[in-house]
Each structure stands twice: as structure tokens, then as C-alpha cells.
Design a binder for this molecule. Structure first.
Ligand code: AMP
Ligand code: GLY
Length: 422
């Protein structure tokens, strides 16, 4: 089967890498892809969704997988489905679980899914009132998509009020902040848990832990994620069970009963507080860099997983994972996450160490191929060095050995990815 993957990140590269090794997959196309996805398949421009659907028909593509949230909230799945094409991802209506924090919070509370106490409002007066009822720190969130930046954790009541005011006036996040959510701060440890859903059935993937801050020990500014590992030993059977019963099942049933059955990746941002998993947020796509670690752990066919989910047939899928661990370390460019960096050439040493062969690889993200045919670091998060091992320690060692073989001017990475598990 021919496949189209929408997106240009390390997430999409890692899905392509897994699918390329699947005997059921013929050609892989990426729209738009990046400077390295053309080693896995063919890059095509990311155009209008109807133009992409034409391409899918003309090239006998049997499955389209949508990586990022923007095309999902913009309705690519609706357009493809209306044309009878098989596509993995939620409709625009179902993607509101990520596209609108207010939709998500109200949905969770309608269906009794555990989440932080909150109000949603567009009134400064009620914002102030609710803020006064909370203990610090206080969390203030813009309703709409802000590229992961719309969440402020205020340490004082005054700061929370100021941030709420800035958002509501449109100063900090434009229209995305015209409505806001204010909520209690949850103190615990954070997990990224993914359920592949077909509208009614689901498969929970090995739980991951992301590292959102730029610097070691979770210091410095927030980023899109500086590394991740899976499975995390911070999850036990009890937490998986609670997530299934209290979160995934009521969410799928609720989405279905409200007329928006959820197909695609349900990304649960979970805070575990005293052993209880509480939902911080939903995303409707794979996490990046979490996807880069989870994909290589998938032992059974990724094509079967995505195709059966997209066609409502997950119940018949036989999904298996390796009994191994994966650690992924993001290498970012010099000025990340503050500003763009001048593109610099990436040089990867030939991998000769036998410990790395077959146990480590790179998932390329913010890279461009120059006219000279060389690979340049052009984005913020440039690539992810992934190590696989029988233990987290071994996987981590291999990931960092691989990091040592990758060179570009100004590269930065954390040296403590997976520390919470070790
Ligand atoms: P979100 O975009 O909602 O995932 O928020 C981004 C990050 O802010 C999360 O990954 C958490 O680290 C943090 N965060 C969000 N909401 C809360 C909360 N209620 N309590 C504690 N931390 C939070
Ligand atoms: N790594 C977190 C995210 O993809 O949102």
C-alpha cells in the first residue's frame, strides 16, 4: 500500500521510518516532509487539502496519516473522508479536544473525567473572582492553539490577574486568548500517554515522559520537548487501568454520543497526583518527541495499527510491543527556543560502534537539504538521537553515544533525559 504522511517533523520522520520497514508498505509520500524524509520516500508540497486529495487519488494512496494538529483542526480529515479516502486522524469537530481548551475542559467535566478544578471565561471580573479562590501557583491558559505557549503558571494572585488581563485584551495571544481557562495547579509527575482510537475501540501505547524545559533538571524556558523515553516505570498497571476506565472509555463513549466519534491519536497529558492520574490536557496527535521513541518499540505492523484505526477495525488488530526501552535526546539549534538560528551543516560520523548498530538511529526534524546536497540544521529542534536497550540506562547510553557522533555548530541538548526513571 502507498502511504501519505502529512507533516515535516521528527514525529513524521519516525512514522515514516517505522512504515518503511513494514512489508505491507510500498511507496511513502510526505507533505511537505523535511530535508531527510526524502531518504524514506518522496516529498510533495503541502497544498490545499483538495489538491492533496487529488494527489492521493492519482497515486493510489491507500492511507493518509496526519501528524500535526493544525491540518486536523482545519478539517483535512473531513475533506478526505467526504471523498471516500482512508485517513488516520480526527475530524475537525473531534479535534476540538485540542483546538479549544474550553471545549476540552467542558467535555471532561460533562463526562466526569478527572481534571483540575477550573473556570472558563471571557470576563475579567469572573477571572479575578475565581483567582481569589485558588491557592498559588495558579494556571492561566489561552483557549486556542498557541503553539504550546499559551499556558502561564503564575506564582502570585496578582501575576495571575495580570496574565488573565493580558490574554483577555488580546495582547498576549491575539484571538486565541480572547477566552481563557483558569485552573488549580496540580503537583505531581507528568506523563504522555497515547491511545490509538478507531471511534469506539482503542489501544494504549507504552507510556512516555517528555522533558519540556530547555535545560537539565527541568530548568530554563519551556520548549516543544527536549527529549523523551518510553515506557516509563512511573506508570504501573493500576495507573493504566485507571486511565482506561476513567479517561479513555468515557472519552470515546462521550465523543461518540455527542456525534463526534474520535479516530486517531488521543494524547493524554497526565499529571499523577498521589497515585491518581488527572488529565491536564488532550492533544489529538502524537507527541513530538514522544512518537520518535514509541515507534521503534512497536513490534507488530504499524500499517495494521494505523489502517485498522482509520477504518474502525482496531478490534481485529494484533498489536505487540518489544519488551525494550527507548530514549530520545533532542538536538536543538543554537538560539532555540528564543529565535531562529543561521542554518549550519550537519555532519554525522559513520556509525561503526557495534553497540550502536541496530540499537540507535536519528529521527530528523528541522533539517533542510541544501542545493549542495548537504543536510543543514534549519529548524529549532533539529533531530532526535534515539537509543534502544534492554534497560532505560542502556537505551540512554546509546542515545548519548549517538549524540556524540552528530555535529553542527551551536548544537544544544540536555544531558539528563530519562533522569526521573533512573
Ligand atoms: P498544556 O498545554 O495544558 O499541557 O500545559 C503545558 C504545561 O503546563 C503542561 O505540560 C504542564 O507542565 C503545565 N501545566 C498545565 N496545566 C497545569 C496544571 N493545572 N497544574 C500544573 N501544571 C500544569
Ligand atoms: N511533546 C509534547 C507535544 O508534542 O505536545
Amino acid at each position: 500500500m502507498n502511504i501519505l504522511i502529512i507533516g515535516n517533523g521528527g514525529r513524521e520522520y519516525s512514522m515514516g521510518l517505522a512504515l518503511k520497514q513494514d512489508s505491507g508498505v510500498d511507496k511513502i509520500y510526505f507533505a511537505p516532509g523535511n530535508g531527510a524524509t526524502d531518504t524514506l520516500g518522496t516529498n510533495i508540497p503541502l497544498g490545499d487539502f483538495h489538491v492533496l486529495a487529488d494527489f492521493v487519488e492519482q497515486n493510489s494512496i491507500g492511507l493518509t496519516i496526519v501528524g500535526p494538529e493544525a491540518p486536523l483542526t482545519n478539517g483535512i480529515v473531513d475533506i478526505f473522508q467526504a471523498r471516500g479516502l482512508v485517513v488516520f486522524g480526527p475530524t475537525a469537530a473531534a479535534a476540538q479536544l485540542e483546538g479549544s481548551k474550553i471545549f476540552m475542559k467542558n467535555f471532561l467535566s460533562r463526562h466526569n473525567v478527572p481534571t483540575a478544578k477550573y473556570i472558563e471565561t471571557n470576563s475579567l471580573e469572573s477571572a479575578y473572582k475565581f483567582i481569589d479562590t485558588l491557592e498559588t501557583p495558579i494556571v492561566v491558559k489561552a483557549d486556542g492553539l498557541c503553539g504550546g505557549k499559551g499556558v502561564i503558571i503564575a506564582t502570585t494572585h496578582n501575576e495571575a490577574k495580570k496574565e488573565a488581563g493580558e490574554m483577555l485584551s488580546g495582547n498576549s495571544f491575539g484571538d486565541a486568548g480572547k477566552s481563557i481557562v483558569i485552573e488549580e495547579f496540580l503537583d505531581g509527575y507528568e506523563l504522555s500517554v497515547f491511545a490509538i482510537c478507531d471511534g469506539k475501540d482503542f489501544v494504549i501505547l507504552p507510556a512516555a515522559q517528555d522533558h519540556k524545559r530547555l535545560l537539565n533538571n527541568d530548568e530554563g524556558p519551556n520548549t516543544g520537548g527536549m527529549g523523551a523515553y518510553a515506557p516509563t516505570p512511573l506508570v504501573n498497571d493500576d495507573i493504566y487501568k485507571k486511565l482506561e476506565e476513567r479517561v479513555v472509555k468515557p472519552t470515546l463513549a462521550g465523543m461518540q454520543s455527542e456525534g463526534n466519534p474520535f479516530t486517531g491519536v488521543l494524547f493524554m497529558g497526565v499529571m499523577v497526583v498521589k497515585g491518581e492520574p488527572i488529565i491536564l490536557e488532550y492533544n489529538v496527535r502524537f507527541g513530538d518527541p514522544e512518537c520518535e521513541e514509541i515507534m521503534p518499540l512497536l513490534k507488530s505492523s504499524p500499517l495494521e495499527l494505523f489502517y485498522k484505526a482509520a477504518t474502525g477495525d482496531l478490534a481485529s488488530a494484533k498489536i505487540e510491543f518489544y519488551d525494550k526501552y527507548a530514549v530520545g535526546v533532542v538536538m536543538a539549534s543554537k538560539n532555540y527556543p528564543y529565535s531562529d538560528s543561521v542554518p549550519t551543516e550537519i555532519i554525522v560520523d559513520e556509525i561503526l560502534h557495534e553497540d550502536l548498530i541496530g540499537n540507535a538511529h536519528i529521527s530528523f526534524a528541522g533539517v533542510t537539504k541544501g542545493d549542495d546536497g548537504k543536510l543543514y540544521a534549519s529548524g529549532g529542534r533539529v533531530l532526535v538521537c534515539v537509543g534502544i536497550g534492554e534497560s532505560i540506562k542502556e537505551a540512554q547510553k546509546r542515545a548519548y553515544m549517538l549524540c556524540g557522533q552528530v555535529h553542527f555548530a551551536g548544537k544544544q541538548c540536555r544531558s539528563d533525559i530519562a533522569y526521573q526513571a533512573l
